[in-house]
Design a protein around this ligand. Structure first.
Ligand code: ATP
Ligand code: MG
Length: 409
């Protein structure tokens, strides 16, 4: 794994955390436990739920993690969690619960908590959870190349390929350099979705005897009219067998040096190649739709993912073909998974049919559709704040409209 063997000494010495809850003995005791942790060293600010939002907004350095005490005034704490979860960049949110009730845990997760801790706070547990946050932050700071985003599922046909491709197009429209890597080696759906007929694929990179260089990588890419570059799946199904996790690792490490974003279509099953991509990913989107089969598979995926031990990567669940009126509601899915839904892509058969029939992309066919807005919204969530600030004004307004959509849901 790329983050193994990392040298803790070279990292920034302290992280900033905000402790939110009613003032009193409980908060004082929690602060004392946090202050006593050997690692990570914390700079702690505290406040009440009603005023803490201003505290975090006005702070010159936003907190790396926000710990919310959900005890006593539960409603205020949960609505604070929810408001913070809609912020961009989104702080890591930890809920501190005094009761170990499944109902309360689910509520806290549904309102946006990334992690649950219990009161009285165990120093070992607190260390584990906060180190996870600081490791993730360190990886982002250390990253020399672009952001890698893997898109996956355990069910076929739920929208993995369209999410990967449309997110790439959204980021490209926001002036980012984007590469798409098709690791769904047997299906090769990205080329079809983008209406490309690649002459080159990943195969020459598999056969290389020497170290991969950027000229070889660039000559294996196919450029889409939007500017997005595709590293296509092999032409023949059986060739996919020759692509190993070592090739995937080498290719992604180099591709991220050349592009701002590398988006990987990992297909609908788990294999070593997918895991090699996840190990290098800053974001992992698991796609599901409103079906029992998809929800069950997502649950199995959570179980598997936990066993992989990729501690600094948190899978985010994206609901595609979302219909608010569907009998299997978003809330029911969240409660089955005990995980929040990170983003929803509305169902829009007409737009997707037009994309296919006209052989044009989403931003040519329906740039102001709800689907396009949802993609820009998701793009905004994966863009670091500094990159958003550097965007031209027209794109800023486009992003802002995406934020409005996100927040008004
Ligand atoms: N939000 C949406 N609304 C309507 N149709 C959609 C939506 N998202 C995807 N589709 C359509 O659903 C179909 C399956 O999508 P896609 O190929 O992206 O899924 P996949 O998970 O990659 O499938 P596979 O397992 O075959 O690789 C496509 O025809 C696509 O156009
Ligand atoms: Mg696909």
């Amino acid at each position: 794994m790329p983050f193994n063997g990392s040298n803790g000494e070279s990292r920034r010495s302290s992280m900033k955390v905000m402790l939110v809850g009613d003032s009193g003995d409980e908060r004082t005791q929690l602060k004392a436990v946090l202050a006593g942790l050997v690692e990570p060293q914390l700079e702690i600010v505290e406040g009440e739920a009603a005023t803490a939002a201003n505290l975090s907004e006005n702070a010159s350095v936003p907190p790396d993690a926000t710990l919310v005490i959900v005890n006593g005034n539960e409603e205020a704490a949960l609505s604070f969690l929810q408001s913070q979860s809609l912020h961009s960049p989104r702080p890591t949110l930890l809920a501190l619960l005094s009761a170990r009730s499944p109902g309360l845990i689910k509520r806290a997760l549904r309102f946006g908590a990334d992690e649950i801790l219990f009161i009285p706070l165990d120093p070992g547990e607190a260390t584990r959870a906060l180190l996870k946050v600081s490791e993730a932050r360190w990886r982002t700071e250390r990253r020399e190349g672009g952001i890698v985003i893997s898109v996956t599922s355990l069910v076929g046909g739920v929208g993995v390929t369209s999410l990967a491709a449309n997110l790439a197009l959204a980021l490209e429209s926001l002036h980012q350099r984007v590469a798409l890597v098709d690791l769904d080696l047997q299906t090769g759906g990205l080329a079809v979705f983008l209406n490309l007929d690649p002459e080159v694929t990943i195969m020459p990179l598999v056969r290389l005897e020497h170290k991969l260089d950027s000229i070889q990588l660039e000559s294996a890419l196919t450029k889409h009219s939007s500017g997005v570059c595709l590293l296509a799946a092999p032409k023949r199904i059986e060739e996919g067998e020759l692509v190993s996790d070592i090739t995937v690792g080498t290719v992604l490490d180099l591709t991220r040096q050349l592009f701002d974003y590398v988006i990987v279509d990992c297909g609908d099953h788990v294999d070593e190649n997918g895991v090699a991509a996840w190990e290098r990913s800053d974001h992992l989107f698991y796609v599901l739709n409103q079906s029992i089969a998809a929800a069950r598979s997502a649950w199995r995926f959570i179980d598997l993912f936990e066993r992989l031990g990729l501690t600094t990567l948190e899978p985010r669940f994206v609901l595609d073909r979302y219909r608010p009126s569907h009998p299997l509601t978003e809330k029911a899915i969240e409660s089955t998974l005990a995980k929040p839904i990170y983003a929803r892509i509305p169902a829009d058969d007409r737009t997707f049919e037009t994309i296919e029939m006209k052989a044009q992309d989403l931003f040519q066919v329906a740039p102001s559709s709800a689907v396009a807005r949802a993609m820009l919204d998701l793009a905004a969530l994966v863009m670091p704040h500094t990159e958003q600030a550097a965007l031209p004004e027209t794109f800023i307004s486009r992003l802002k409209s995406a934020f409005v959509t996100h927040q008004s849901r």
